[in-house]
Design a protein around this ligand. Structure first.
Ligand SMILES: [Mg+2]
Length: 153
């Protein structure tokens, strides 16, 4: 990856089980730091859309907060856990808020999330959405997605 895609302006990430692996008490997946640094250098805008109310704390803890232009999280509510139910469509709301703030077209955004329901939410509003598998986000995943969308207008 050496130059910015003409079709993609912003890369959006989920946090839990996409960038951060919680199995061993919490650590970044191996490619995350390097890939974010490289995306930033190339000039992509980088965003986080997470249900995790402590998302910004974790970005700082893992020392990746400075890569993010936008961080959109759901504020804590008493019924917080309800938002994780499979028929929840709240990630759509988070993503729409993000698009408004960033002033970016959904079609120019690429979104990575480990939950299929969130991938569907992203796709439903026109964001190019990629399902992250159990090994988390990888740079190969990013490269192949950018390549795919470089040719698909
Ligand atoms: Mg997740």
């Amino acid at each position: 990856m050496s130059s910015k895609s003409q079709n993609i302006d912003m890369i959006i990430f989920d946090l839990d089980d996409t960038l951060v692996c919680w199995k061993n008490g919490g650590e970044l997946f191996p490619d995350v730091q390097e890939t974010l640094a490289s995306l930033k250098t190339i000039g992509y805008r980088i965003a986080l859309a997470s249900y995790n109310k402590n998302a910004y704390y974790y970005l700082k803890k893992f020392q990746i907060h400075e890569y993010f232009d936008f961080v959109v999280i759901e504020e804590f509510q008493k019924n917080f856990k309800v938002q994780f139910s499979l028929d929840s469509d709240n990630k759509k709301t988070l993503l729409q808020k993000l698009l408004n703030v960033a002033q970016t077209l959904p079609s120019r955004s690429l979104f990575f999330d480990d939950q299929w329901v969130n991938v569907c939410s992203g796709n439903s509003i026109g964001i190019k959405s990629v399902h992250v598998k159990e090994n988390g986000f990888t740079k190969e995943m990013l490269y192949s997605s950018l390549k795919k969308y470089e040719t698909l207008k």
